[in-house]
Design a protein around this ligand. Structure first.
Ligand SMILES: *Cc1c(COP(=O)(O)O)cnc(C)c1O
Length: 396
């Protein structure tokens, strides 16, 4: 049976070579890749300032602390209900309250719902671009500016993508953030493999500099790297053997997720980021091709929707919307038996008026979309998905 696996990183020989060199030279945590990456990103995002760290959500925490310092009487942060859970955790870590509002059909923050949720306690808005699809960030920026509410342009999933007007995502609002974790656009590893804070409003420069330039150097990255190799990149070969590997290496079956400390990005992961940056344009072209092939196969389907598709749009993941009432876990299991890897969407962070978001979390499924997929493979995945839906009693 042919397998169609999810891809967690677009890596080739070059990324592995950087890793090998860093390990052999003992330059895992500190080294020249740090300043090189920093320099490239400063140039890329100029005139905004940019600071590297190990997590995207750390950059959110720093930003919220700065905002809260300016307006201590405000404690609410508005987020779209369909969101990566680490964003909610970052808000809570700052002792602030997350207020969720509904999303539009493209899974992104609805500017009108955001506006309606403003209160005298609203400190900030966090606006992500889900799976690479740009939010209505120009409109969101204007509304926040008029209401004097801080804005975080969360570009964790969309490094190097611009709006139709050619302005880079991450450069809107007061600050932007990036992440280099698995399944983002630039991938350097897992859990703490990299992130950045982009300062767009210079009034925050001094506070940001103070907090970001005092980060400790990275540590413990080899555990995370092995975890990434074993459970993501090489999972086709390693299967469920990670537990035994850990027992062999450390005597206990633990994963590397205890490492949630904030630090600088490691030299090794900065080296990988540099390689990924150099081929970003190429990756994007291939991903656009993959999205177009999926659309071509599914555009006549009455059961399977591809809500984020737009001609020429880069998408980090292909998230398809299945019919109402479908049990996603059953679909996932059945796809797995047929050799197709898949993943579910985020759980909705509900509040009263977040119907769209709740609906999406019950209906979205992510399918394989590695940049090297051929049209035959994509056609096969679409066929298998269609057959699976027929099997569970859904017919177009
Ligand atoms: C992944 C992600 C983050 C957090 O990034 P980490 O580096 O994992 O902390 C924040 N926002 C969004 C939208 C994300 O997808």
């Amino acid at each position: 049976m042919k397998h169609y696996r999810l891809s967690f990183a677009e890596w080739s020989k070059t990324e592995y070579l950087v890793i090998l060199r860093c390990i052999l030279s003992g330059k895992i945590n500190q080294g020249k890749h740090l300043s090189a990456l920093s320099r490239q990103l400063i140039e890329y995002y100029s005139p905004s300032q940019i600071y590297l760290s190990n997590y995207g959500h750390h950059a959110i925490e720093v930003a919220l602390k700065i905002f809260h310092g300016v307006r201590p009487e405000r404690n609410q942060v508005i987020i779209p209900a369909y969101i990566c859970p680490s964003v909610v955790q970052a808000i809570h870590a700052c002792g602030l309250i997350a207020v969720s509002v509904d999303v539009e059909d493209d899974f992104n923050l609805d500017p009108m719902a955001m506006h309606a949720a403003f209160s005298p306690w609203t400190l900030a808005v966090i606006a992500p671009h889900m799976y690479g699809c740009p939010a209505k960030i120009e409109q969101i920026e204007q509304i926040c500016k008029d209401a004097e509410i801080f804005l975080i342009d969360d570009a964790a999933q969309v490094m190097g993508v611009s709006t139709n007007n050619g302005r880079l995502l991450g450069t809107f609002g007061d600050v932007g953030i990036l992440s280099f974790a698995q399944s983002k656009t630039i991938v350097t590893g897992i859990r703490g493999s990299g992130g950045a804070l982009i300062i767009n409003n210079i009034r925050h420069s001094d506070a940001a500099k103070l907090m970001m330039e005092t980060l400790p150097p990275s540590s413990n990255r080899i555990n995370a790297l092995i975890d990434f190799f074993w459970n993501y990149l090489w999972s086709a070969f390693t299967g469920n053997s990670y537990y035994y590997l850990c027992r062999l290496l450390w005597g206990v079956g633990r994963r590397s997720d205890e490492n949630n400390q904030h630090s600088m990005i490691s030299n090794l992961e900065a080296g990988i980021a540099l390689v990924q940056l150099a081929k970003l344009a190429e990756i994007k072209i291939e991903k656009i091709r993959v999205a177009e092939l999926y659309y071509g196969n599914l555009k006549n389907s009455k059961m399977i929707e591809f809500p984020q598709y737009q001609e020429g749009r880069y998408l980090a993941r292909i998230m398809l919307k299945l019919p109402e009432m479908v049990d996603l876990k059953t679909v996932k299991e059945k796809l797995k038996i047929k050799g197709v890897g898949s993943r579910l969407g985020y759980k909705s962070f509900h509040s009263e008026n977040t119907k769209n978001s709740e609906n999406l979390s019950l209906r979205l499924i992510g399918v394989p979309c590695g940049s090297n997929m051929t049209s035959e493979e994509i056609e096969a995945v679409c066929k298998i998905l269609q057959i699976t839906l027929n099997e569970i009693g859904l017919h177009s």
